[in-house]
Design a protein. Structure first.
Length: 139
């Protein structure tokens, strides 16, 4: 069995943003040489997310509005976590809703996706470097 590990680094310029990372994951899969197996993609920061969905601008806009309604950034004084001097309690909650990781099947050397599925990095406390782990195992 083969095993491959790589860290991808992102620094998105906005506090909240979504980035399609499917191309980067496909490149990792190519580098790994795995033809049959699994890909794990996981945000290594507690204010970021990895998820699978459609790459449609309106949907991403709607996510932003919906997440801000669920866990608004302001007022930062409304969160006990922010009593520590942080201002990112909302980002932790948004990450919890959007998820930490995805696992994708690999078949014939390709991500085995359904129609329209893409992998995204979700940022909820941006403007700094953050990592995403890519772990691929298989034959």
């Amino acid at each position: 069995m083969k095993s491959y590990r790589k860290e991808l680094w992102f620094n998105l310029p906005a506090r909240m943003a979504f980035k399609n990372i499917t191309g980067e994951i496909r490149e990792c899969l190519r580098e790994s040489g795995v033809k049959e197996g699994l890909v794990l993609v996981n945000a290594m920061h507690i204010t970021a997310s990895v998820f699978i969905n459609d790459d449609e601008r309106g949907l991403h806009h709607d996510y932003g509005i919906w997440l801000e309604k669920l866990a608004p950034h302001e007022p930062v004084s409304g969160y006990r976590h922010n009593d520590t001097g942080e201002d990112n309690a909302d980002a932790h909650m948004k990450r919890q809703v959007m998820g930490r990781e995805v696992v994708c099947a690999v078949t014939n050397g390709q991500l085995d996706f359904g129609p329209w599925e893409q992998i995204f990095y979700g940022e909820f406390d941006g403007k700094r470097n953050k990592r995403v782990l890519v772990k691929i195992i298989g034959e």
